[in-house]
Ligand binder design. Sequence first.
Ligand code: HEC
Ligand code: HEC
Length: 207
Amino acid sequence: MKNANIAVGLLSATVFCLTFSAAATAADVNKLIEPCTACHGKDGNTTEADVPNIAGYSVEYFASAFKKYNKQERPCVETEVRSGSGKGTKTDMCKSIKDLSEGDLNQIAEYFAGKTFVRTAQTTDPALVKKGKSIHEKKCENCHSEAGSFPSDNAGMLGGQKMSYLKSQLKLFREGKRPMTKKMKPKLESLDDAEIEAVVHYYGSIQ
Ligand code: HEC
Ligand code: HEC
């Protein structure tokens, strides 16, 4: 009986601590994500055409993207703050994360991973969409499954992502400025400009 009481006491102390630390973390994370949402929108979805939606990406993909930006393996495109007090300030992704600790970045990743990716409605050409779908199924779906919408592929979110963002990243891949996995390289390099345009329309058409 006595032992059982001690166990209950310990259990409620543990529950109290967990609740307390969860509350503290929630407060911190809101501060941490504030600069991100000034560009990526509330909860990681934005109407800015050149800024990718980042809600619902996997924690693993975030960690890997942060690492690539930090090591400057992946180019940081110059951009500007879209809303809030810093609106109009020129900056980029490398600068946006360089002062954050691994723990902070992990909290930020978990926060956005827990939000829902909103597919952006965009104007697409039906003929290009059809052509792009067939290219995607042959050359891309293996790694970008569910029309490039499966977070656990850890390969970005392509379906319903901003077409302008996809276009600029595909250009960086093809120019050798952003690294890609060995197996994606030959697939992407086999596409001509018109086929690239077609896959972008296909991803833009996913709703
Ligand atoms: C000033 C605007 C701005 C701020 C602030 C900003 N971002 Fe970005 N972010 C961008 C743009 C533009 C891109 C795409 C171009 C690039 O990769 O440089 C991007 C790309 C990304 C990507 C890559 C998405 C992909 O599909 O690979 C991630 C992840 C990301 N941002 C997360 C964050 C997080 C987390 C924060 C806050 C710590 C943040 N961003 C702050 C504008 C911003
Ligand atoms: C062998 C697996 C593989 C194949 C095949 C592949 N990809 Fe990828 N792709 C990846 C991975 C992994 C990433 C994430 C790269 C990173 O972390 O920087 C990626 C990233 C991308 C991105 C950037 C996503 C973002 O959010 O920034 C685009 C766009 C893309 N792939 C398009 C394609 C297209 C189009 C094809 C077909 C022609 C293709 N990929 C084929 C594995 C693949």
